[in-house]
Design a protein around this ligand. Structure first.
Ligand SMILES: [Fe+2]
Length: 341
């Protein structure tokens, strides 16, 4: 059964809507937008019926907030109002509402219009899912092309994405950095990590696959892959309508080589000035580099990699994240073992 929120400060209206929809939908009635936002943290609705005129936060403010949060922005919203004013309707549609229903409403009309919006939404989500699937498959191929030219990194891109997922799950569970993490659409974010080293496409083979330590000049060239990656993603953004995916990818590409003490590249940011996404990726990326064979080095055992990451807590890595990494280290080991079998 689909879930519908009814948000209206008027108790009579709330009751009428609830009665009209009860039995067909699971309904939750709320008397203010504030109550709606606290409820959203617990149960996600498939549609919101939103009153416009409410004390404190009105319907327009509420829809603006909903649309600005990636995790809520795709919930269809129908405004329900007693004022028939074309200008208000235009404003509502501009802000992202899918429909307007005038009070008092005829019950069959309310039901039909809700049903129409919900079935449209299901179709849109299916189509989006299919597109996302194709997009991820294509990205996998592109990332693999970059990766396999650099024949030594093996399944680096795939594993890094898994490590990232482990860390993000851990943060969600523990509530560490919750303000930032709760705003992220993790399902969208994870596959975007495949693009973090896309800038390596511009690094010459002789440097990328050099079987030995890079000279200072060569390392300087290697370092350009972070900014190049950002620029490539920027370019793609110019001719696509990004739903947040490329924005996530850009943060991974641009900030995964920054260091907590400011000694990283390309920006030399330090501490919390480094976007959290980059700080998380740094751990996932380095753990994989340490436990993998490279042209210039053997793979280190898991324990040694953990030791190195811990020893660089507060210099290379965010100390708060290193703690979470340690707590989830067993899971890292499982993935690293499995991929080397
Ligand atoms: Fe990199």
């Amino acid at each position: 059964m689909k879930t519908i929120y009814i948000v209206d400060d008027n108790l009579t209206n709330l009751g009428a809507a609830k009665e009209a929809l009860g039995g067909l939908y699971r309904t939750f009635a709320m008397q203010s937008a504030e109550k709606m936002f606290s409820m959203l943290k617990k149960i996600r609705p498939d549609l919101i019926l939103l009153d416009i005129n409410m004390p404190d936060m009105d319907g327009f403010e509420a829809i603006k907030m909903l649309k600005s949060e990636p995790i809520y922005s795709d919930i269809p919203i129908i405004f329900i109002t007693s004022i028939s004013d074309p200008q208000i309707e235009v404003k509502g549609f501009d802000l992202g509402a899918v429909d307007f229903i005038l009070k008092p409403f005829a019950i069959p009309t309310l039901r039909r219009r809700i049903q129409l919006q919900i079935s449209t939404d299901v179709l849109i989500k299916e189509a989006k899912g299919e597109l996302r699937h194709i997009q991820n498959a294509m990205l996998g191929v592109i990332a693999d092309l970059v990766e396999n030219r650099d024949s030594t990194t093996g399944a680096h891109i795939e594993r890094t994405q898994i490590y990232l997922g482990i860390l993000l799950d851990r943060l969600k569970e523990t509530g560490v950095y919750a303000t930032e993490v709760s705003k992220w659409d993790i399902e969208l974010m994870l596959p975007s990590a495949q693009l973090h080293d896309i800038g390596k496409i511009s690094i010459p083979d002789a440097i990328l696959n050099k079987p030995g330590k890079l000279s200072d000049e060569e390392f300087a060239v290697m370092k350009t892959h972070a900014l190049k990656g950002e620029a490539i993603i920027d370019e793609i953004m110019e001719y696509t309508n990004d739903d947040g995916f490329l924005e996530y990818a850009k943060f991974f590409a641009g900030f995964h080589h920054e260091k907590w003490d400011g000694g990283g590249y390309p920006y030399g940011l330090s501490g919390n000035d480094i976007p959290l996404q980059g700080r998380i990726m740094a751990i996932a990326d380095v753990y994989d580099a340490l436990t993998s064979t490279r042209p210039y080095k053997e793979a280190l055992p898991h324990e040694k990699a953990v030791e190195i990451i811990v020893s660089e807590s507060g210099t290379h890595f965010d100390p708060v994240l290193v703690k979470e990494f340690l707590a989830a280290a067993d899971e890292f080991e499982k993935v690293s073992r499995k991929s080397k079998r």
